[in-house]
Design a protein around this ligand. Structure first.
Ligand code: SF4
Length: 692
């Protein structure tokens, strides 16, 4: 039997797949040539899904801790016991009016599970939802909503005449639902490519122009390009006049910068900044493929705002081949799914109300929860439920995160494998993964479609989908009115406004919204002024910069200070893994066996390091070991560390080696943060490197 579905859980997902099943087991996975998103292409992670499903070390039963935290002693319990224990822990605190002392945490969302988790939290009036949102997607999404009222996605179908890839490495890591194949096809159809990246990635190698900025200087670079475009009057005057507010203020602000200073700040020569600006503004249509790296600095929201202004003033917003507004199908609104109306007082109870964009989206930047657990300020947090996430590897300042997780009175982790974070838990819940339950992909994402991800095989032994755990827990806590008799009824309810059932979605595969161009011509942009707000009056009102402004680099307490370091550490995701996941899948581990730090050979020579040597990387917060690999195209002052490393096979190391090579041992979670959303600096860290 061959089942058509879509990939998920190996990254943001979306590749159409043909999954072959024999005797209740998946025996082959291949790309679906009929799927418009990937046309049969599939990556190594996609192929490794069978190994993940059938891995001997999958968690298969609920486990309760019996020894010391992190000591590795567990007893197997039944689901009845696990749910009763969880419900008792929630009930205890709720009955004492201590909803604020609990937090839910999620790693990257893959389907509906994040929304169901927020629904449970809202029903129980638990305000803290901890997600990587402040360093992943949300700076761009919230900046977009403030600036133009929608999240503009590249229109590769038209196709564009030029793509400006900025902090995105789409050939190797997909960008929240946009698959590299779509860009490749646009390039094959003749689009020019300009790439901005400190590394000479595969994209950079294929570009007509590659700009290699100093890590963390994106805002200065974007302002440099804006300065050229505005001062050389190569913007779209009609669009600017009719559809933007604040152009005069922008012009004035840009006058205050000299291109020479911006070039110095970014390490990109003036001439190259000019060339990129001319290419982007004068090649029509052009789209920007922005990447998650832009969100890893304390300028994350303004980085996104600056790129949105570039899109708008060049007339590339919501135009064919530019960055467009893709309305989704009319399914249940995420706000209704999460029952936001049930908890109107949530916003006043959040830990960081000053981060208004995070507060508006209802999540808490992770470092605020870590610090609240440790200090009890502004309020104590004593219990956490983590779903599909590995905070010990993914939150900035891993040592502090470790102390915080250890201090909790109760930690429950729902996972596929025994991660370092799960090893610290009091209760571990074995979850089913994609192919093992019915789910909907791309729900709540701004790409204009949703995907049916039907169950293909049964999950092993006692593994439950996250959705089922949350649904059953909700009912156990007496909230039957908000939860469903079974998951199929939940999925049908989500689809009801679109007039279809899950069974019907399964036969369609993908459900698209109504896609149009220049929707603003009828009703204006979704902002207070109905125009693109180059100058944001809301930001001014809230005390943030109403225009993107470059104020130079910022350092946090504990950073190595000037003179203490000659090197700048940035990091990159490994295309063979997803964040900290899948180091235990043999076919992927063969492709990327070790954590590798990229170093320029001249730098390595000065430091007495040979290629293949294990080296220490050290910042003001600690040191880790990674293996030196030479990269002649890097700036000699920049090193690129590997992210997400632990060693599932090393049972001899504390929590499977959570601190050996974990780049978040080196990152700082102290202020300054992005003022609007709370992002920490993960991409421009002063460091030292030396031979082990
Ligand atoms: S690119 Fe992502 S969605 Fe496509 S097969 Fe690979 S892991 Fe799956």
């Amino acid at each position: 039997m061959i089942v058509k579905t879509f990939c998920a859980r190996m990254d943001h997902g979306g590749c159409g797949l043909l999954v072959e099943v024999e005797n209740g087991k998946i025996v082959r996975v291949k790309g679906d040539p009929d799927c418009s998103l990937n046309r049969g292409t599939i990556c190594a992670k996609g192929l490794a899904q069978i190994e993940r499903l059938q891995h001997p070390e999958r968690l298969r039963h609920p486990l309760r801790r019996t020894g010391a935290k992190g000591g590795g002693q567990w007893e197997r319990i039944s689901w009845d016991e696990a749910l009763a224990l969880l419900a008792e822990k929630f009930r205890e605190r709720i009955s004492r009016g201590e909803g604020k002392s609990m937090a839910f945490a999620q790693g990257t969302p893959k389907g509906l599970e994040l929304y169901l988790m927020i629904r449970l939290a809202n029903v129980l009036k638990i305000p803290h939802i901890v997600t990587p949102g402040s360093i992943c997607h949300m700076p761009r999404e919230t900046a977009s909503l403030i600036t133009c009222g929608f999240f503009p996605v590249p229109d590769y179908d038209h196709p564009p005449a030029l793509v400006l890839a900025w902090g995105s490495n789409l050939f190797q890591t997909n960008e929240e639902g946009v698959i590299g194949f779509q860009l490749r096809r646009a390039l094959d159809r003749g689009a020019k490519l300009v790439t901005i990246d400190p590394r000479k990635t595969a994209l950079a190698s294929r570009s007509v122009l590659w700009l290699q900025p100093k890590p963390g200087s994106d805002l200065a670079l974007a302002l440099g390009m804006l300065k050229v475009i505005v001062e050389e009057k190569i913007y779209d005057p009609d669009f600017v006049k009719k559809w933007t507010v604040g152009f005069e203020e922008l012009e004035k602000e840009l006058k205050d910068y000299s291109l020479r200073n911006l070039a110095e700040a970014t390490w990109v020569p003036e001439q190259k900044i000019r060339e990129a600006a001319l290419l982007y503004a004068q090649t029509k249509p052009a789209c920007i493929q922005w990447g998650n790296a832009l969100e890893h600095t304390t300028d994350s929201v303004q980085n996104a705002r600056a790129l949105l202004i570039l899109k708008a003033i060049t007339g590339n917003l919501d135009t064919p081949g530019g960055n467009v507004n893709r309305s989704g199908p009319p399914v249940m609104r995420p706000g209704d799914f999460v029952c936001s109306r049930n908890f109107p007082e949530k916003r006043e109870m959040l830990l960081g109300p000053e981060f208004r964009l995070a507060a508006q989206m209802g999540f808490t930047p992770s470092q605020l929860v870590v610090k609240a657990i440790l200090s009890d300020v502004p309020q104590p947090i004593r219990m956490m439920y983590v779903q599909g996430g590995n905070p010990l590897l993914s939150y900035a300042n891993a040592q502090e995160t470790f102390q915080a997780l250890k201090k909790l009175d109760f930690l429950a982790v729902a996972e596929i494998f025994m991660t370092p974070t799960a090893q610290l838990a009091d209760l571990v819940l074995p979850t089913a993964t994609n192919f093992e339950f019915d789910d909907i992909g791309h729900y709540g994402l701004p790409h204009g479609f949703i995907l049916a991800r039907p169950k293909v095989v049964d999950p092993p032994e006692e593994c439950w989908p996250d959705l089922k755990i949350l649904n059953e827990l909700g009912k156990k806590l007496g909230q039957e009115n908000f939860f469903w008799p079974d998951l199929r009824s939940c999925l049908d309810d989500v689809l009801k406004p679109a007039g279809i059932t899950y069974e019907e979605l399964k036969s369609k595969g993908m459900l698209r919204g109504k896609w149009t161009y220049r929707g603003y011509e009828g009703k204006g942009f979704g902002t207070p002024s109905k125009k693109v707000e180059l100058y944001s009056s809301r930001f001014q009102e809230w005390g943030y910069d109403p225009l993107p402004s470059w104020r130079g680099e910022k350092s946090a307490t504990g950073d190595l200070q000037e003179g203490g370091s000659e090197l700048i550490l940035t990091s990159a995701k490994d295309p063979n893994y997803f964040h900290s996941a899948y180091r235990n899948l043999p076919s992927l581990r063969r492709l990327s066996p070790d954590p590798e730090v990229l170093v320029h050979p001249d730098t390595a020579e000065k430091l007495g390091v040979r290629e293949g040597n294990w080296v220490f990387i050290e910042t003001g917060l600690g040191k880790i070991r990674q293996k030196a690999v030479f990269d002649r195209d890097l700036h000699p002052r920049v090193i690129v560390g590997a992210y997400g490393w632990w060693f599932p096979e090393r049972k001899d190391l504390d929590l499977s080696g959570w601190k050996e090579s974990n780049i978040n041992i080196l990152t700082n979670n102290d202020p300054p943060y992005d003022p609007a959303i709370g992002s920490t600096n993960l991409r421009a860290i002063p460091c030292r490197l030396y031979k082990e």
